[in-house]
Design a protein around this ligand. Structure first.
Ligand SMILES: [Zn+2]
Length: 289
């Protein structure tokens, strides 16, 4: 397995998170203390220490306010990809709304960087069976790959029996797009999400490490890992939320950076785009082949 694993970051602030959305009014976003720029720079410095490049799925809302941050990420050699504009869940939008906000975010990122953006990840992995129509819109807008499908069972996302490996898929309308589902490990007939984020913070490190290693060594393919800038920021302002949401958002924030360092020191990482090209799924121009 010589293709690097994909290191990905969803660039958003702590107050954008779906788990906290019931407790945070969208109208309050602009008045809250934003920490995304500092946290993302901390991640960039960490990646630089390990000399790794990754893919940053940037939320349009963040890019509009902090275009220099997008330029800084790109200047370090990372791939800029799209995390939508508003962080609204795909299955709560109409196709027309999804088209408009995705186009707006893509155009914005391309204007800032001067380069084509070919990767997409939905807010909270919200491309589920009922919102697979979104794949047609992504292909139509010129995205070569998506990484929004979580092949697990969860209350907010997931297609439990979806394919686990990166693959070329036909959209409902017959177009072509590459899908790289979030990483799951096979354990005793179950799929264990070891993709990053809350799972990376909640599971013991040895289990995450075993899980992703099994994808490389047993499934013989690269895994895709994700994290958010706020996940290495234990000093972020606390938001009153349900016990479940607090558990998902705040558990082990103080341990996450050290775990990330261990992961970066153990596995080979690169951008999602480069790995998909090496796997023969994307052309060098970023389109499905
Ligand atoms: Zn997000």
């Amino acid at each position: 397995m010589n293709v690097p694993n994909a290191l990905t970051v969803d660039v958003e602030d702590y107050f954008h998170v779906a788990a906290l959305a019931p407790s945070i009014d969208r109208d309050s976003w602009t008045s809250r203390e934003s920490r995304v720029v500092g946290n993302t720079h901390n991640m960039l410095a960490l990646f630089e220490q390990f000399d790794v490049r990754g893919t940053f799925f940037v939320l349009g809302w963040v890019a509009e306010r902090y275009p220099q941050l997008v330029r800084d990420i790109a200047a370090d050699g990372h791939e800029i990809a799209c995390h939508g504009f508003s962080h609204r869940l795909v299955y709560e939008q109409s196709p027309e709304e999804f088209y408009d906000e995705t186009l707006r975010a893509k155009n914005l990122l391309e204007d800032i960087t001067g380069s084509a953006v070919i990767g997409y990840r939905a807010a909270s992995y919200s491309i589920v069976r009922e919102s697979l129509w979104a794949m047609d819109i992504l292909a139509e807008l010129g995205f070569g790959y998506d990484s929004s499908i979580f092949p697990v069972r969860h209350d907010r996302y997931g297609i439990p029996d979806a394919e686990r490996a990166p693959h070329r898929m036909s959209t409902l309308g017959g177009k072509s797009i590459v899908e790289w589902p979030l990483a799951t490990a096979r354990i005793l007939g179950f799929r264990l999400p070891v993709a990053g984020g809350g799972y990376f913070r909640l599971l013991p490190y040895w289990l995450s490490r075993w899980g992703v290693a099994s994808i490389n060594q047993r499934d013989l393919r690269p895994f895709i890992f994700y994290l958010h800038p706020w996940e290495i920021d234990p000093a972020q302002p606390r938001v009153a939320a349900s016990l479940l949401s607090q558990f998902r958002h705040y558990t082990n924030l103080g341990k996450c950076e050290e775990r990330l360092r261990r992961l970066l020191g153990t596995f080979a990482f690169g951008t999602a785009r480069d790995s998909l090209v090496q796997l023969g799924l994307l052309s060098t121009t970023g389109m499905p082949c």
